[in-house]
Design a protein around this ligand. Structure first.
Ligand code: PEP
Ligand code: MN
Length: 272
């Protein structure tokens, strides 16, 4: 803990990360979109749908870290250009993953927020590079990592001069196999005790099950998360990546209709 010089919370300190007019850490924000950018039509259709349902930002991977080298790896620069087009049309800021330190500078020209995936949480050269990128960073928790290991990775980014880090709890590996990972919801209040950085949750990769996403999204609001990142595809059955866990726009919209009222209800509860 003693080395968490910049990420540790001092008194009531809270950081707000600004992206366009969105204040992450103050408002409850929702980042939605497909696992990967597959085509212009797929992304634009999905972007229009998530915007209509009330999403604040658009997600979509152009570089996919896949378990098998034979799986779809993303469209690269072509994917980033498609994301740029979707941003121009919808106004939604872009969250996209970067996997290679050599790509950070030019990917940052397309991304409003650079995502570091679970598999790269401790890729220290990548962390240093995004720390110098001038872009906010969404740092996902390593699937085998403790809270302190995770916070040390955020410290790498802040120590390079970038204060804009958003943490994302995306589930950890446990003995349970029914869910893809185990969503550690206690990480939300625990991180808020330890750090001033905002924290969001990923109900998609943590559960890997469509039937659990709505409940876990509501639970994240109740736990005090600053937002969530969620996968939506305009035709989930045709998705090239994570097809089993992508929400249809209709299901996403119905979850959104419940989230904001729940947030207002919780805001009105007396605090202890
Ligand atoms: C993703 O969000 O696209 C992703 C690959 O997530 P994670 O790194 O959490 O597995
Ligand atoms: Mn995915």
């Amino acid at each position: 803990m003693k080395n968490l010089k910049l990420v540790a919370r001092q008194k009531a300190q809270r950081t707000t990360v600004n992206v366009s007019n969105i204040q992450i850490g103050r408002d409850f924000i929702v980042i939605a979109g497909p696992c990967s950018v597959e085509s212009e039509n797929q992304l634009l259709e999905t972007a229009r749908a998530v915007k209509a349902a009330g999403a604040d930002m658009l997600r979509g991977g152009a570089f996919k870290p896949r378990t098998s080298p034979y799986d779809f790896q993303g469209l690269g620069i072509q994917g980033l250009k498609i994301l740029e087009k979707a941003k121009q049309e919808t106004g939604l800021p872009i969250v996209t993953e970067v996997v290679d330190p050599r790509d950070v500078t030019w990917v940052a020209e397309f991304a409003d927020v650079l995502q570091i995936g679970t598999r790269n949480m401790q890729n220290f050269s990548l962390l240093k590079e995004v720390g110098r990128s001038g872009r906010p960073v969404l740092l996902k928790r390593g699937m085998h990592s403790t809270l302190v290991e995770w916070l040390n990775c955020a410290e790498y980014i802040l120590s390079e001069g970038n204060p804009d880090v958003i943490l994302c709890e995306r589930g950890i590996r446990t003995f349970e196999t029914y869910t893809r990972n185990t969503l550690d919801l206690s990480a939300v209040p625990a991180i808020k005790e330890l750090s001033h950085l905002p924290i969001i949750i990923d109900p998609t990769h943590s559960t890997g099950r469509l039937s659990l996403i709505a409940s876990m999204s509501m639970a994240a609001v109740a736990a005090g998360a600053d937002g969530m990142i969620i996968e939506v595809h305009h035709k989930p059955a045709e998705a090239l990546c994570d097809a089993d866990q992508a929400l249809t726009p209709d299901t996403f919209s119905s979850i959104m209709k419940r989230l904001r009222p729940l947030k207002s209800f919780l805001n009105d509860l007396p605090s202890d």
